[in-house]
Design a protein around this ligand. Structure first.
Ligand code: S3P
Length: 450
């Protein structure tokens, strides 16, 4: 599929976004391990999350889907059955890495396979700690890449100091830790998203925080079945937030969106760049904060994104790079080498596409230097099969002269079904109405340190 984008007229609307991808994966997994029936509302029915659902089904878990965004998961008290076939993780790194942790503690053999992109992604980051715990796990591809053959068994708790801040690695170890003897602790160099810890607590799986940056889980626990409402995905909202922020006078409200503070660093960056951003947490009953974000656009200025901020906005960097191209001055993104091992090499992909649109960009090993503001030229752009590249450059197209065509845009379905219809509303607003100003009932967005 090709996506054709035109320059957007004034943005003044409100939207909601589909369920959070990271939370959807975790909610399905923990519900499957629980001791009863869990209804998960707001589930993200994207290709990535459906790979996790189908994997759990292949492991003997009954999962009903009465509506696209509702799952009824019949937990089987941690009992999984051997899969009849290879488990297909599609394009989803989260599925493969979290399942590797889960399967490391099972007594049967399983094999995890992925599409061409996932088959190029590094798995040593989960293989090394899981082997230390006692799992028999082998990467069949070159240089520790998938498929993964896992023959689990009796695991022992370890204290693992991870060289990278990665929620996927942390979650794989914590899931394996549930099946290990004793206590399993993971220590990260800086904070990564904390959905697994929160969901463990919500399902009454005991964890401990021995020190800052560390999280432990105790083996042998069965999660208590719970129902759960999943908030909207801030990483999906990010594309629209950047568009509104970069359009002086643009105005956008995003409702029912997750406001977990390990995910909101994007808002601080947009404030640094000059946009007006406010947020209000509306729901504190649930384990994950959710609420509303309001953005008013302004002429943006360049910024520096680096250090501990990076793991907390890693998925938002393609959209922020587009903001950088539209901003006055230089935007520097550093310490983001992880972008090179996402669904594609995102540093190379961003640099390539921005240059085609007429932006001066310097590619660094671990980031980008983007010289704005550039009058963006509409162009034919590759998605590189990467959903976030496709969506970020669709947003760039909203600011370009002439049409922008994103080729091979089907990949958007891996994380954001329905993206195209919101895009259509931004390009030719039909239903758009002026939104009720809510400033005053909102508190200023948290400012994250650079
Ligand atoms: C995710 C963690 C991040 C993120 C990915 C989802 C998760 O990856 O980029 O889209 O749900 O745990 P890393 O753990 O590799 O940083």
């Amino acid at each position: 599929m090709e996506l054709r984008v035109k320059r957007a007229p004034r943005i003044d609307t409100e939207i909601s976004v589909p369920g959070d991808k990271s939370i959807s994966h975790r909610a399905a997994i923990i519900a499957a391990l629980s001791n009863g029936i869990c209804t998960l509302r707001g589930f993200l029915p994207s290709e990535d999350c459906m790979h996790t659902v189908n994997a759990l089904r292949a492991l003997g878990i009954q999962i009903d889907q009465p509506e696209p965004d509702v799952l009824v998961v019949h937990g089987k008290k941690r009992v999984l059955t051997p899969p009849a076939h290879d488990i297909d993780c599609g394009n989803s790194g989260t599925t493969m890495r979290l399942l590797a942790g889960l399967l490391a503690g099972q007594t049967f053999e399983s094999r995890l396979v992925g599409d061409a992109s996932l088959s190029r992604r590094p798995m040593d980051r989960v293989i090394a700690p899981l082997r230390q715990m006692g799992a028999n796990i082998v990467a069949e591809g070159p240089e520790h890449t998938p498929p993964l053959r896992i023959h689990g068994g009796s695991l022992k708790g370890i204290h693992y100091r991870s060289p990278i801040a990665s929620a996927q690695v942390k979650s794989a170890i914590l899931l394996a830790g549930m099946f290990a003897k004793g206590k399993t602790t993971i220590d990260e160099p800086s904070v990564s998203r904390n959905h697994t810890e929160l969901i463990f607590n919500y399902f009454l799986v005991r964890t401990a925080k021995p020190e800052d940056g560390c999280i432990s889980v105790f083996g042998g626990q069965i999660p208590e079945s719970r129902d759960f409402d999943i908030p909207g995905d801030l990483s999906s909202a990010a594309f629209w937030l950047v568009a509104a922020a970069a359009q002086p006078g643009g105005h956008l409200l995003v409702r029912h969106v997750g406001l977990n503070d390990t995910r909101t660093a994007l808002l601080g960056v947009l404030v640094r760049m000059g946009a007006q951003v406010r947020e209000a947490i509306e729901d504190v009953d649930q384990l994950e904060h959710r609420g509303v974000i309001e953005v008013t656009g302004a002429p943006l200025k360049g910024t520096v994104i680096q250090g501990k901020e990076v793991p907390m906005l890693i998925d938002e960097l393609p959209a922020l790079a587009v903001a950088g191209a539209l901003a006055n001055g230089t935007t520097i993104i550093r310490h983001a080498a992880e972008l090179r091992v996402k669904e594609t090499d995102r540093i190379a992909a961003i640099a390539h596409n921005l240059r085609i649109m007429g932006v001066q960009v310097i590619e660094m090993t671990d980031g980008l230097e983007i010289h704005g503001p550039a009058p963006l030229r509409g162009a034919k752009l590759a998605s590189f099969g990467d959903h976030r590249i496709a969506m970020a450059f669709a947003i760039a197209g909203l600011f370009a002269d002439g049409d922008t065509i994103i080729q091979d845009a089907d990949c958007i379905r891996t994380s954001y079904p329905g993206f195209e219809s919101v895009l259509e509303e931004f390009v030719s607003p039909k239903r758009m109405t002026s939104t009720t100003p809510v400033i005053g009932s909102l508190s200023p967005a948290r400012l994250e340190e650079a």
